[in-house]
Design a protein around this ligand. Sequence first.
Ligand code: FAD
Length: 352
Amino acid sequence: MQETFDTIIIGGGQSALACAYYLRRTGLSYLLLDNQPEAGGSWLKAWDSLNLFSPAEFSSLPGWLMPKTSHVYPTRAETISYLQNYEDRYKFPVQRPVQVQDVCFKEGIFELKTDKGTYYARTVISATGIVQQPYIPSYPGQDTYKGALLHSSEYRNPEQLQGKRVLVIGGGNSGAQLLAEVSKVADATWVTLREPSFLPDEVDGSVLFDIASAKYYALQKGEALDPDKYNLGSIVMVPSVIEARERGALQAVRPFDAFYEQGVIWPDGHKEAVDAVIWCTGFGYALDHLQCLGLVKASGRVVTEGTKAVERPGLWLVGYGGWTGFASATLIGVGRSAKETVKQVQAYLQQA
Ligand code: FAD
């Protein structure tokens, strides 16, 4: 007879680890199932030069601060190493690589079908992140375009773009950072829907966390939100982006109308040949494994109250950004969501 765990966490990235940190203190039986070969979550797949946009002290999971790093903004390797050491430090029970294919609910128990067999749990925390579902907008003629199309999640470094004509699409932090890097070796144009907005040079990404917190507390108090005051879309001026601005490379243009075989057609009708297009257009949510529960809506989301799935008691979703908790898709922000989630898991199991 296979064990039924009190809780199974699906995922092994920062959100899963933050939940495990709080679960470990409860005495509940729990397990993490992650489809990656090692610790690090989506940071394992990030591009080579990606640095965090906040210093280490503002990029920490609960219980253990990220150690001082070689740069003010921790590198990708340092972030992965922190997550690996965090996992080792607390000896979380993680099984990997295990792909959770589907989660069903039968006779009061969750049944998790995986590529390594079936697991059972009384409660489930889904912490699968966002990067497995890259979002790419659709433009007329896109199928006919013969150049390279890649999403930021597939980009590693600018080597293969040397001397090419490249469009970097997207007005967020990924777009700005990739434009900064690619424009050093290629003829790159930044394409954004509207004029990008930049944070002042002297503040870092921790300000975005402060803004998210202020928004959270304002909403709790039922205060009206001034969209300018709570704008989270601003680009953090990390050193590479400042350097691109000093070089005059940080200029953005509005989108083209369509693709043709060799490139794009701009709104004034002129055609321009382009070798590669990099989509920095964000992500959907990696929730395919919840299909059997029938909870995923057309928006790609599950209806939640905080992190709790409203339509399936016993299930929580952590780390998916604003709809499951303000700033919950950041290292510093996910701790708050994780703590509240574990409190609810405990209460749920006590009642059951
Ligand atoms: P992930 O790290 O994606 O972890 C989810 C894990 O679950 C992965 O290992 C995944 O492979 C696994 N998984 C998925 N589906 C299944 C399944 N069905 N079965 C088993 N396992 C599964 N945050 C900051 O705090 N500071 C920053 O500076 C910062 N910069 C960012 C820059 C970029 C370009 C991006 C994209 C994000 C950035 N973030 C930053 C946000 C945040 O750190 C990431 O989104 C973070 O990885 C989210 O962690 P997570 O644990 O929720 O998801």
